[in-house]
Design a protein. Structure first.
Length: 140
């Protein structure tokens, strides 16, 4: 009887633990439509066509499918380029209780078809009435 009680107690504890995990999963899923900005993959790009670091990738999670735009500016404030090619990445978003696949805005280090000079550039990402900014460095 003592052995049977221990087995029953273990089953109850296991069932309670599974219930708690299920409730946590439901709570995380309920918060999953929030946009989550994750930032640039790398802040330095070298757009020289060698296939390494030729593009800037700014990562975010967008489970609700909200509109996202990205622009690149010089330090003087003039618009250099629009970011494009929203791509879906292979990494699942798990930051800030967000579920789904990560997405990227990209910039090829060009303005009007020509590679920009070396220097510091500002990215500005707009999504869900919020603005996220930061810097990227172009090295040639």
């Amino acid at each position: 009887m003592t052995q049977r009680m221990k087995t029953t107690e273990k089953a109850v504890i296991l069932a309670a633990g599974l219930l708690i995990l299920a409730l946590l999963a439901v709570a995380a899923f309920a918060q999953s439509d929030a946009f989550s900005f994750l930032g640039p993959v790398s802040r330095v790009i070298t757009p020289n066509g060698d296939g390494r670091n030729d593009y800037a990738f700014v990562r975010f999670c967008n489970p609700a499918g909200s509109g996202v735009t990205g622009k690149i500016y010089s330090l003087f404030g003039s618009e250099v380029a629009s970011m494009s090619d929203i791509q879906t990445g292979l990494n699942a978003c798990q930051d800030n209780n967000t579920t789904g696949w990560s997405q990227y805005l990209t910039w090829d280090g060009r303005s009007n078809g020509s590679v920009v000079p070396s220097g510091i550039y500002i990215y500005r990402i707009t999504a869900e009435q919020r603005v996220y900014t930061g810097t990227l460095i172009v090295v040639r």
